[in-house]
Write a protein that binds this ligand. Structure first.
Ligand SMILES: Cc1cc2nc3c(=O)[nH]c(=O)nc-3n(C[C@H](O)[C@H](O)[C@H](O)COP(=O)(O)O)c2cc1C
Length: 175
């Protein structure tokens, strides 16, 4: 019992000079993973390639964040945000992620490209309770509506701080 709890709470950290890089196709299936990604996630490269990126999804991550991420990408925008990911051994790691459309030589979007760096520890202290509230809101709503409601809550938090989403996460990462 104790051992499984320790395993479940096992946080692994990205070095301050390390980057996790991955690429996906248009559906979010992994087409490239760098060594740091492979090391932290704990999977072999073959186990990651061609798999949906949600294979490292952590249950503490609100659906509303991913809905917003995909909306931004599909509009040709980049996304910045704090993401908690699961490792193969039920551990976890936090990242500050930047995800962008990946263009081919003719300027068409051929997939997506993500670079994640070590997040500010202070930022995680701020974002974690917000994500917990979002998850709680998602539990109270039916599946299709849940991400909308939790993202509305995040927008209320941003409105109360009079800050845009992007400015908020940039300010947090600078803490
Ligand atoms: C380039 C790229 C990188 C992504 N990186 C992550 C990631 O690190 N962790 C994660 O949980 N989802 C990531 N996603 C989002 C997943 O595709 C997926 O939307 C998310 O895990 C939620 O899973 P669901 O859509 O099945 O609910 C990424 C998507 C793209 C396009």
């Amino acid at each position: 019992m104790l051992a499984s709890k320790i395993l479940h709470d096992d946080e692994v950290f990205l070095g301050s000079d390390e980057l996790i890089i991955s690429k996906t196709d248009l559906q979010g299936r992994i087409t490239y993973a760098n060594r740091t990604f492979i090391r932290l996630a704990g999977y072999d490269e073959e186990a990651l390639l061609d798999k949906p990126h949600n294979m490292i999804r952590h249950p503490d991550m609100p659906k509303g964040v991913f809905k917003f991420l995909w909306q931004e990408l599909q509009q040709g925008h980049e996304f910045f945000g704090f993401i908690k990911n699961a490792t193969i051994g039920q551990g976890f790691y936090w990242v500050f992620a930047n995800i962008t459309p990946d263009f081919d030589s003719k300027g068409r979007v051929q997939g997506y490209f993500s670079v994640r760096r070590s997040p500010s520890a202070e930022a995680i202290k701020v974002i974690e309770p917000i994500y917990k509230n979002m998850i709680e809101i998602e539990r109270r709503h039916s599946k299709p509506d849940a991400p909308h409601h939790s993202f509305s809550y995040l927008n209320q938090v941003l409105d109360s701080k009079r800050v845009s989403y992007e400015r908020f996460v940039m300010q947090l990462q600078a803490l």
